[in-house]
Write a protein that binds this ligand. Structure first.
Ligand SMILES: [Zn+2]
Length: 170
């Protein structure tokens, strides 16, 4: 992804509650290798179940605040698929996160969108290490670029769906 500024990150989160103060950026923000990642993902160290994801197109940054739901032991034998990188992993390596919709309307505020996501927010490592079945007309770089673009467009679609204003029924 392209490099984004701290202000862009802060302004990108679509579902911050007005009461929530400011987005705490990761301490390693200045060391991010932007061209090697598909999204900036980090946890709030003071509230580790809260995670932020931010990505960007050429002209806009998109971000969301997520809360990690507890993993259920009864799922232990199952593989889980991450909705962003589409990798199947062990059950505790993928967790359900929810994005609460930020709204003054109480009914809408209660609605949340769920996302299964790599628990360590490490989709970028996964899509770069998964083997590529090479064909005559596609190289490893092309395959990884395609995965990266797919991941980011799924993520933006999810964030847009969180931000979306539902029609009010009167
Ligand atoms: Zn993933």
């Amino acid at each position: 992804m392209r490099p984004i500024t701290r202000d862009e990150v802060r302004g990108a989160i679509v579902n911050l509650e007005p009461a929530e103060k400011r987005v705490r950026l990761p301490a390693w923000f200045d060391d991010v290798s932007w061209h090697e990642i598909d999204y900036l993902g980090w946890r709030d160290l003071r509230a580790p179940k809260r995670a932020y994801l931010v990505t960007a197109t050429d002209d806009q940054a998109f971000g969301v605040l997520l809360r990690q739901a507890p993993n259920h032991a009864f799922l232990a034998s199952r593989a889980m698929m991450c909705d962003l990188c589409r990798s199947s992993r062990r059950f505790n390596e993928v967790s359900l996160f929810t994005a609460q919709r930020s709204s003054r309307d109480k009914r809408r505020r209660l609605s949340a969108r769920g996302l299964h996501l790599c628990t360590d927010l490490d989709c970028m490592a996964i899509i770069r290490s998964k083997p590529v079945r090479q064909s005559i007309d596609s190289s490893v770089e092309d395959a990884i670029k395609e995965r990266s673009e797919g991941l980011r467009s799924r993520m933006i679609a999810f964030i847009r769906s969180v931000a979306e204003v539902e029609p009010t029924t009167l």
